[in-house]
Structure formats: structure tokens, C-alpha cells
Design a protein around this ligand. Structure first.
Ligand code: SF4
Length: 269
């Protein structure tokens, strides 16, 4: 008899052929235990919960697993798996266990993702606590405060006095993110102007190595408070010339003095 296991894709004969010490008599006993398996499910969960027979697979020479479609509310695509076993020379099989297992089309919960991999930029809300990972590659140990105000003041200016500071890797990663982000040279705003932040009066350079490429915009009408790339730019650059005349910089003023005014001919009586 050839039967198919929907999960493994093996047929009973194929599974048997992978087991050198397979006994043909016991194989017949195990394969023929399908109705025994169905009865075990009916006893366990009720006759109406067992659906179509799906086939049998073999784990080893003395046990097989019969599968049936599960007819249970909320278990669409699940299967009953009944393990039957027998000893060499046995004339009947016995039921070892009855379990529900997900089939290939079963509706399953999404795979669980640890919280630290679920948190995304922008998820942090007021009052939330978000500790860095123990081995966060963005951070490296800093130096402890010495207790000498003069030394500590100088140390704070150059970034010492904190338990951890950003690593070179963390700074490089941040720099790349800023460069590629909304205030980098490829942003739409930047592409629409030739003026760049590095020579703008509103540009406030960062301290440290990142100051070679980034600063903060201090123009409340533009990227106020955001880190901007040297090569970013906007139309509110401090060197942007004022528009000529009193109208819009996009259009010439409307002068109604140059219009010809003609009288409308009188209506014929
Ligand atoms: S006003 Fe525009 S050009 Fe000047 S720093 Fe801010 S974003 Fe850059």
C-alpha cells in the first residue's frame, strides 16, 4: 500500500526503503493501523473533529505516524498526528500518542522577535526607557570623573567623564545615516538648490570629528535643530538674495498702468 505524508512528502514505501532493518510484517501492521488511529482521535476529541486521512510516515522500524485533517474551529490547516508502535513479531499496533500539528497551510502566529530587535527608530515616546544592549557596538567605555573640577571640566569638553562614549563604529554608522537621510545631499530639498549648508550663516558646526562633515541648522524657517550635512542646502540659506521689487520672486509685478482701456460700444437700439 502506498500512502503519502503531506508534511514530509515521503510515501510509506519510500520511508520504508530508507530503513534497512524494516520488517515487512511489522510494516503491514503499522500501515494497517489507520482505523485504530482514527478511533484514538475520536475517543480523545470526538468523532466530528477527524477529517480526511492524509497518509502515514515512519520515524523508525517500530513506529509510524498516521495523519488526518483536523476539523476543529480555529485550526484551519492543522492535522491530527497519531503515533502507533509495535514490536517485531507483533500482530497489532498500539497508540503511543495523539497530537495536533500544523500542516503546510496552517494559520500560525508570526515568529516571535525579541523586543530589542522589534524597536524601530521613532518608537521611543516620552517616559519610555530604552537601555542600550550590553555589548552595544555603538558604545565604548569612557573615563570616570577624577573629582578635580579643573580636570573634570576640561575632560567634559573633550568627551571624557562619561561612563561610555560612542565608538568609532557607532559614529561612522551615525554619519552614514545622516548623510543618507532627510538632511543629506541627496534629499529633494537639497537637490533643488545650489547653496549648501557649509557656507550658510545658520550652520552651527558639531564639535569633534563629526564636525568635519555635519552641523546643526539654526534657522527656524528651515531644518531648525536638525543635524545637516555639509552638502545639504535649502532656499533659506543666509546668502539667498532678496527678491527684486516688492512682489513674488517667481513673477513680475502686475502693472495695470500699461493696459489699454477702451470703451464698450453702445448697444444698438
Ligand atoms: S538654512 Fe538651509 S542652508 Fe542654512 S544651515 Fe539651515 S538647512 Fe543649511
Amino acid at each position: 500500500m502506498e500512502t503519502t505524508d503531506n508534511v514530509t512528502g515521503l510515501t510509506g514505501d519510500a520511508a520504508a526503503s530508507t530503513t534497512p532493518e524494516w520488517s515487512a510484517e511489522l510494516a503491514t501492521v503499522l500501515t494497517g493501523a489507520a482505523e485504530l488511529a482514527r478511533a484514538a482521535i475520536a475517543e480523545f476529541s470526538g468523532d466530528e473533529t477527524v477529517g480526511d486521512y492524509l497518509g502515514v510516515g515512519y520515524e523508525d522500524p517500530s513506529s509510524g505516524t498516521h495523519r488526518f485533517l483536523a476539523e476543529l474551529p480555529g485550526y484551519q490547516g492543522w492535522q491530527w498526528a497519531v503515533v502507533v508502535a509495535g514490536y517485531p513479531g507483533a500482530d497489532h499496533a498500539t497508540v503511543s500518542e495523539v497530537v495536533l500539528v500544523p500542516g503546510p497551510t496552517a494559520l500560525l502566529a508570526p515568529q516571535w522577535v525579541p523586543w530589542d530587535q522589534r524597536v524601530q527608530p521613532g518608537d521611543l515616546s516620552p517616559g519610555d526607557l530604552l537601555a542600550p544592549l550590553p555589548d552595544d557596538p555603538r558604545l565604548v567605555p569612557g573615563f570616570l570623573a577624577s573629582g578635580d573640577p579643573q580636570v573634570d571640566e576640561t575632560a567634559a569638553e573633550i568627551g571624557l567623564g562619561r561612563r561610555r562614549v560612542m565608538s568609532a563604529w557607532g559614529r561612522t554608522e551615525a554619519a552614514q545615516r545622516w548623510h543618507d537621510g532627510d538632511y543629506g545631499p541627496r534629499a529633494q530639498m537639497s537637490q533643488s538648490t545650489k547653496r549648501v549648508c557649509r557656507d550658510c550663516g545658520f550652520f552651527l558646526p558639531l564639535a569633534g570629528s563629526l564636525g568635519a562633515l555635519f552641523g546643526v541648522c539654526g534657522n527656524e524657517l528651515s531644518a531648525d535643530g536638525h543635524v545637516v550635512d555639509f552638502e545639504y542646502g535649502c532656499g533659506a540659506h543666509s546668502d539667498t538674495p532678496a527678491p527684486a521689487g516688492g512682489g513674488s520672486p517667481m513673477y513680475d509685478p502686475y502693472d495695470d498702468g500699461v493696459l489699454d482701456v477702451s470703451e464698450q460700444p453702445a448697444e444698438p437700439r
